[in-house]
Design a protein around this ligand. Structure first.
Ligand SMILES: [Zn+2]
Length: 282
């Protein structure tokens, strides 16, 4: 059984302005906020666009955000490989063991990428949010189909940011953030938003790279796989960028934040490279 189709009216019912959280209404091919007046024009049938560009420009963050996003895409197109996909797949497999009996109902995946997680969530009404719409518009690399098979059915993809979720308070039964928290500009703000949109008793599930190991894993990977001198040089630059792309979230910060708002369970992956969190909103 795949995921259920989310009713259009139901989706409209849970939307809120990503910036001020006011009520949104559809007008022609755009969504307008009744409260702050911001307009989100919709130009593509495949996704909903709630990217808060105006808000980022206003707060002076847009340029910096854009630079980091460019580096991330460079990393994705140059470094992401069959080997890394194979490693990542093993982590997701292990994680899935603990979530497979979970009733997930209405589910939000923050930093959803190409939405491969939906194949592991049986019976969920799945919504994914990510700033890069290329995840669903560009062709997937062949090895992704091998390790992260997805059915052809499309899903609700929202172009947007975890720091600015376009949803009302307390609407989701579960929220996932898998390998995405450290890609955001403000990881704690993403968590704040995740907590806001969850129902009381809702579940927050996180896969987080062990921050002390991330760079080491990358370095070993690059050393082991790139034998040509020129590629080695390039890989040094990519490694430098990797540090810019990934915002460090210390485990102390993460645990402290989660303990205040959630009943938390966590465990280390068998590879010890990632930490799995299963949290219930208090
Ligand atoms: Zn608004």
């Amino acid at each position: 059984m795949g995921q259920k189709e989310l009713n259009h009216e139901r989706l409209i019912g849970i939307l809120a302005c990503p910036v001020c959280k006011g009520k949104m209404h559809a007008r022609g091919s755009s969504f307008n906020c009744n409260n702050c007046g911001i307009v989100f024009s919709q130009g593509n049938q495949r996704f909903l666009d709630f990217f808060p560009k105006e808000a980022l420009i206003k707060s002076g963050e847009y340029k910096k955000w854009h630079q980091r996003q460019d580096l991330f895409l460079k990393w994705l197109h140059n470094v992401w490989s069959r080997d890394l996909a194979a490693e990542s797949y093993a982590i997701y497999d292990e994680f899935e063991e603990s979530i497979k009996d979970m009733p997930c109902s209405l589910t939000l995946d923050i930093g959803c990428g190409d939405g491969h997680l939906r194949s592991r969530l049986k019976g969920a009404e799945y919504i994914g949010i990510d700033p890069f719409e290329g995840w669903i518009l560009e062709e997937r690399p062949g090895f992704m189909g091998e390790f992260f098979p997805v059915k052809d059915d499309s899903f609700i993809f929202i172009k947007g940011l975890g720091e600015y979720l376009p949803f009302r308070e307390g609407v989701f039964d579960s929220v996932f953030i898998t390998n995405a928290l450290d890609h955001g500009s403000h990881p704690l703000r993403i968590l704040e938003e995740a907590g806001r949109v969850l129902k009381p008793g809702g579940r927050l599930n996180i896969i987080h790279e062990n921050p002390s190991l991330t760079r080491k894993i990358m370095r070993n990977h690059l050393k082991g796989n790139l034998k040509m001198f020129a590629r080695k040089i390039r890989s040094l630059f990519l490694l430098r960028d990797f540090g810019v792309v990934h915002k460090a979230v210390t485990l102390d910060e993460l645990n402290h934040w989660l303990d205040k708002r959630f009943t938390k369970n966590s465990r280390l992956s068998s590879k010890k490279t990632h930490i799995f969190y299963y949290c219930l909103k208090k």
